[in-house]
Design a protein around this ligand. Structure first.
Ligand SMILES: C[S@@+](CC[C@H](N)C(=O)[O-])C[C@H]1O[C@@H](n2cnc3c(N)ncnc32)[C@H](O)[C@@H]1O
Length: 279
């Protein structure tokens, strides 16, 4: 399965696109601005720093220490792994992705520091090719909504985590009143016309707590950080304008971004960080 936005990103990067390299060349996720009012939507460097900021928030939540073995599921270009190697160091890092093209770029960018190790594995996050109890931490940055099943992923993470192990992830979590609307958006037709491909954002906070308890991996932190991610939409709007797209593509793009901004601001869809702990 390939995702349209990833195809587009890889194509543009291969053609040579310095702005895209700076903004999405290392991380393929939303930005985190500690002070959203200070964001500069015209600056790719500002966006790249905010994308790094999101990885740092999740790394802090995961409480990762030197010597640990860490799995980054849905690792993209390995940006969170690189950030972990630079910030913590001395880690055995494994990046997993369903798309070998992203892993090849991740491997070419990976330069682990002294005592650090990085390996890249092509597989589906819902069938992890690893032994039971073989990781201290698992991360899944802004990707679980693409996985075939949250329940299957959580069960696999529970299996590969050592006792006391931790999973952290980020996801778009709908308010209870918005869940029926997110279910309406689950259709093969919408998956085909939508730049983001197949996305399941139907899991509410209560849904997460239920799934996690059933998997034996209870939720211990659920933090709504939407406010800190909102400048992402203004930046993507600038990128759309600069791309020269006109007509239907531009109108769809603008409408999609305005809708995401609206559901974020109104609390209908909450960009959230979650931590789960294996007893
Ligand atoms: C928004 S990107 C996030 C990438 C990376 N975590 C980051 O933050 O830079 C979503 C990622 O999920 C990956 N993905 C989608 N379905 C997957 C699956 N079933 N198993 C593993 N990775 C998957 C995609 O290939 C893509 O790299």
């Amino acid at each position: 399965m390939t995702l349209p936005y990833i195809d587009l990103l890889l194509k543009q990067i291969a053609r040579g696109h310095p702005e895209l390299e700076r903004s999405f060349g290392r991380h393929i996720h939303w930005g985190y601005w500690p002070d959203p009012a200070a964001a500069d939507p015209t600056s790719a460097a500002d966006y790249g720093q905010a994308a790094e900021g999101l990885s740092l928030e999740l790394i802090a939540l995961a409480d990762i220490r030197p010597g640990m073995r860490v799995l980054d599921a849905g690792c993209g270009f390995g940006g969170t792994m690189a950030c972990l190697d630079e910030q913590v160091g001395g880690l055995d890092l494994v990046g997993l992705n369903i798309d070998p093209r992203q892993l090849a770029r991740g491997a070419s960018l990976a330069h682990p520091g002294p005592g650090g190790r990085m390996t890249f594995v092509a597989a589906d996050a819902c069938t992890l090719p690893f032994a039971d109890a073989s990781f201290d931490r698992v991360m899944a940055v802004e990707c679980i909504f693409h996985f075939p099943s949250r329940a299957a992923f959580l069960a696999e993470v529970r299996r590969v985590l050592r006792p006391g192990g931790v999973l952290v992830l980020s996801d778009f979590v709908p308010a209870p009143a918005w869940v029926p609307v997110t279910r309406l958006a689950r259709s093969p037709w919408f998956d085909r016309v939508n730049l983001f491909g197949s996305c399941d954002v139907t899991c509410s906070a209560a849904g997460y707590r239920r799934l996690a308890a059933a998997a034996g991996l209870p939720v211990t932190v659920l933090r709504d950080i939407t406010r800190h991610t909102l400048p992402t939409y203004a930046f993507l709007g600038q990128m759309l304008k600069a791309s020269g797209r006109r007509g239907v593509a531009e109108r769809w793009g603008k409408a999609g971004l305005a809708m995401l901004d609206f559901v974020g601001r109104t609390g209908l869809l909450r960009y959230s960080l979650l931590r789960f702990e294996r007893a």
